[in-house]
Design a protein around this ligand. Structure first.
Ligand SMILES: *Cc1c(COP(=O)(O)O)cnc(C)c1O
Length: 401
């Protein structure tokens, strides 16, 4: 988005504020669909947890996307955004049978990732088809917190337990209509991904009633110049060939499903903050913004580097800054980063702020969570108001002492 547009938004809606560019979301969605245009039935299920604002979900509904949800509340958000239950897949980890039954009652596709619940669910509801999440035990992913396919990961049913799984399916007479994996974020090497896919195909052969194979996600997007990004086009080419060949031997045209979050929304997002203080110490120049890890925790949690631009002075002389927040705890966004000269009240834009940014925000230090603005049809739409003091105390019960 244009710096001036962002500046105007910061002026009009105040700071800090998250801004999302609807065009970029559409562009990414179309990139993915064209990479897989030779697959007869393709289904993209947007991973709600990346950015769950209902207006964002409505964009995906318009695009013809489905949804990938990990909690009953995300299912409810999807229904509220206008999705039909059949367009929603529910892929929780470690939730109770009760919650899974609630989701099933709402009519969404259930995806089960452990044998205990599979057996209980299959025994009680043999008529409801379920998808199973397999753990292919392939190490993929940018860092161990987001890599979920490896041998000691808590996600999915181990491929070594397939015989046990098959016994459960046989005994309960339940129907398995889908098979799924999600190896973790950040696919850097397409061959590793294809290797995991082979394991999925191998497992799929055991089930006669499949309708879809879901390859999860993990598409990497660039965060800074020179960053590698998943080569979607190459992946599309190679996986399409393999998938179509598999369908032939399986004897049925299955649906190929993905559930990307980051790929679809990361680059569409900007987080705008205002510089409260420029603080020069003996070694460092700090730019302290009106935010912290309460609003954007990825740099502290995952060590992710969000590019930061001084949109108030984009042509200024470059200097080195450590960009930090106002939280009373270390909350470093960037260490000694080259940024155009910063003065107090300047607006800094953090890039790649679409995925896992607002959705991970909290009220730590009793601060308000930011507002969210959608840039749609060349107009700024407020899609979430900034919180107020009422939100902070809303659920508190003050007792008489
Ligand atoms: C988080 C998640 C995704 C989305 O991952 P991205 O890296 O954001 O694309 C997809 N599927 C499942 C099951 C997830 O938990």
């Amino acid at each position: 988005m244009e710096h001036n547009t962002l500046l105007q938004i910061a002026e009009e809606f105040g700071s800090p504020v998250y801004v999302y560019d609807a065009e970029k979301i559409k562009h990414q969605y179309q990139r993915l669909t064209s990479a897989f245009s030779k697959v007869k039935h393709l289904k993209l299920n947007y991973a709600v947890k990346a950015l769950s604002n209902i207006s964002i979900l409505k964009i995906f509904n318009q695009l013809g996307s489905g949804l990938d949800t990990v909690s009953i509340q995300e299912v409810q958000l999807g229904l509220k955004a206008g999705f039909q239950p059949e367009q929603i897949i529910y892929t929780p980890n470690g939730v109770s049978l009760t919650e899974i039954e609630k989701a099933a009652k709402l009519g969404v596709q259930i995806n089960i990732d452990n044998l205990s619940i599979l057996e209980q669910f299959g025994t009680k509801h043999p008529k409801i088809p379920v998808c199973i999440r397999i753990n292919p035990h392939v190490m993929a992913g940018g860092n161990t917190n987001i890599s979920v396919g490896h041998i000691d990961s808590k996600f999915g049913i181990s491929i070594h337990q397939i015989p046990h799984l098959l016994r459960i399916v046989e005994n309960t007479k339940m129907t398995i209509n889908g098979i799924h994996m999600h190896t973790g974020s950040d696919i850097l090497d397409i061959d590793v991904f294809l290797y995991a896919s082979e394991i999925l195909f191998d497992t799929a052969k055991n089930f006669k009633n499949l309708e879809f194979i879901d390859f999860g996600s993990g598409f990497k997007v660039p965060y800074k110049t020179g960053d590698i990004e998943t080569n979607i086009e190459e992946l599309g080419n190679k996986l399409t060939k393999r998938f179509n060949a598999f369908c032939k031997t399986y004897g049925k045209q299955l649906t190929l499903a993905f559930e990307p979050g980051k790929f679809l929304v990361s680059e569409a997002g900007y987080f705008l903050t205002k510089v409260n203080v420029v603080k020069q110490t003996t070694s460092t120049v700090f730019a302290q913004v009106d935010s912290g890890f309460n609003h954007l925790i990825r740099p502290m949690l995952y060590g992710s580097q969000h590019e930061i631009i001084n949109i108030s002075n984009p042509k200024g002389r470059e200097r080195f800054y450590s960009v930090v927040g106002y939280i009373c705890e270390t909350d470093t966004f960037a260490n000694n980063r080259r940024i155009n000269e910063i003065t107090e009240d300047d607006v800094l834009a953090f890039k790649n702020a679409g995925a896992y940014c607002f959705s991970m925000a909290s009220n730590y230090n009793s601060r308000y969570r930011p507002s969210e603005v959608l840039w749609y049809n060349n107009k700024a739409h407020l899609i979430r108001r900034r919180e107020t003091f009422d939100d902070i105390i809303h659920n508190q019960i003050v007792i008489d002492l």
